[in-house]
Design a protein around this ligand. Structure first.
Ligand SMILES: [Zn+2]
Length: 158
């Protein structure tokens, strides 16, 4: 017998052995029948295992959870002070980075205000130096006050 099940019909036979064309060949061919049945048996066994796993009682899963928790508890973690040190280091790093970032963000404002302050101070010092160092500049004002005083005196004397 040369025309056994083709690969497609073989797959169809595994998935649905009641397919008419497949069933006809399987009836006449013991070789294909055995092969298909062994394959479907394997599939059924795997399905049964999966189903059994899914249908395991809650107690089984509780035991599994317990075993996992025990294993994680018994695992050797770094000593608590080491972990604490890591946490502290991380916190310090985060704080430092945020302060650096906030500092890096504010300087434009800060330098602007300091520049304003220095500008004000400069203006003030310039004004002071004008008032103190340049009496010549004040001469007109002095003349004016003298004039006013003289006028007042002459008005009084009149
Ligand atoms: Zn066959």
């Amino acid at each position: 017998m040369n025309d056994h099940l083709s690969e497609e019909s073989w797959a169809a036979a595994v998935l649905d052995p009641s397919d008419p064309a497949v069933a006809e060949h399987l009836q006449g061919c013991a070789e294909c029948r055995a092969e298909v049945s062994s394959f479907t048996e394997a599939i059924n066994a795997a399905r049964a295992v999966t189903l059994r796993a899914a249908e395991r009682p809650e107690s089984f899963w509780r035991a599994q959870r317990l075993a996992i928790t025990e294993r994680t508890v018994n695992r050797t973690f770094p000593s608590p002070w080491k972990r604490l040190a890591w946490v502290a280091a991380t916190v310090i790093l985060v704080v430092l980075s945020t302060t650096v970032v906030s500092r890096r963000n504010t300087p434009s404002l800060r330098t602007r205000t300091t520049r304003v302050e220095t500008d004000d101070a400069l203006l003030l010092s310039v004004q002071q130096s004008i008032q103190s160092d340049l009496p010549q500049a004040l001469e007109p004002a002095e003349l004016l006050t003298e004039e006013i005083n003289r006028a007042a005196v002459s008005r009084k004397s009149r």
